[in-house]
Design a protein around this ligand. Structure first.
Ligand code: URA
Length: 235
């Protein structure tokens, strides 16, 4: 049970006072009957219409953002633009990014208000795969591949889990794809530092079953499809 005005405001039909006015003007129907009381309680199974368009209640929303560089993975920041500023038509107020990408990292970032799913995706126990594309200063070679497969020491004497390195181009500036199964602070950059190389560009391509949509330019976003949401929830 939820108050009608809250239902409509939650679904971004307007502010609480705007939707109250819409209700009083007769623009809202519940189960095909015009209603005038904003305090009316609606329940699951009721059909709510605004200007004869059905308004379905979605508790959660899920956005795929192709994060641009220069934007911080936070809900608020005094100095920099945040990933939430990239989402212009927020369906919910309590959105947050699932995990973090560094300010200069681009690529896949899931933004949602589904705390339970976020918790599961980020849980260190679940080892959700993350795939990154990077350009690296230095000749990345098979020794690095072996080192990453065994795990390298980063930070405070922590040995990373085995990671899978795919070399796309081995040259003064190398190109690679790296799959890791955890998400330590600056992990990809630190792993290359551990083998004496420097990441100069980093982009996340996937997280678990969720793959960055190649149609999204940096800074663009879209809603996840029902199928993408269902697959993510399988973990
Ligand atoms: N690893 C990094 O070093 N940075 C990121 O943003 C993500 C993974």
């Amino acid at each position: 049970m939820i108050r009608l005005d809250k239902y409509l405001a939650d679904m971004q039909i307007g502010s609480r006072s705007e939707v109250k006015a819409y209700i009083r003007k007769g623009r809202v129907k519940v189960n095909n009957i015009v209603v005038s009381d904003p305090n009316l309680k609606v329940k699951e199974g009721d059909s709510i219409f605004f200007d004869d368009n059905i308004v379905t209640y979605e508790k959660h929303s899920y956005y795929m953002l192709n994060k641009p560089a220069g934007v911080v993975s936070a809900t608020r920041d005094n100095l920099s633009e945040t990933v939430l500023d990239c989402i212009k038509d927020k369906k919910h107020k309590d959105l947050f990014p699932v995990g973090r990408l560094d300010k200069d990292t681009e690529g896949l970032l899931l933004i949602t208000n589904d705390g339970e799913l976020a918790h599961r995706l980020l849980s260190p126990k679940r080892h959700v795969d993350k795939v990154y594309y990077a350009t690296v200063k230095g000749v990345v070679n098979d020794d690095d591949k072996e080192a990453f497969a065994k795990g390298v020491i980063i930070g405070d004497n922590y040995r990373t889990l085995p990671a899978s390195l795919q070399i796309i181009a081995s040259a003064e500036i190398s190109e690679i794809k790296l799959t890791i199964h955890e998400g330590k602070f600056h992990q990809v950059k630190q792993m290359f530092e551990a083998v004496g190389k420097e990441v100069i560009y980093l982009k996340r391509l996937s997280m678990g079953s969720l793959i960055l949509d190649p149609k999204l330019k940096t800074g663009e976003y879209r809603f996840l499809t029902e199928e993408e949401i269902a697959r993510l929830k399988e973990i």
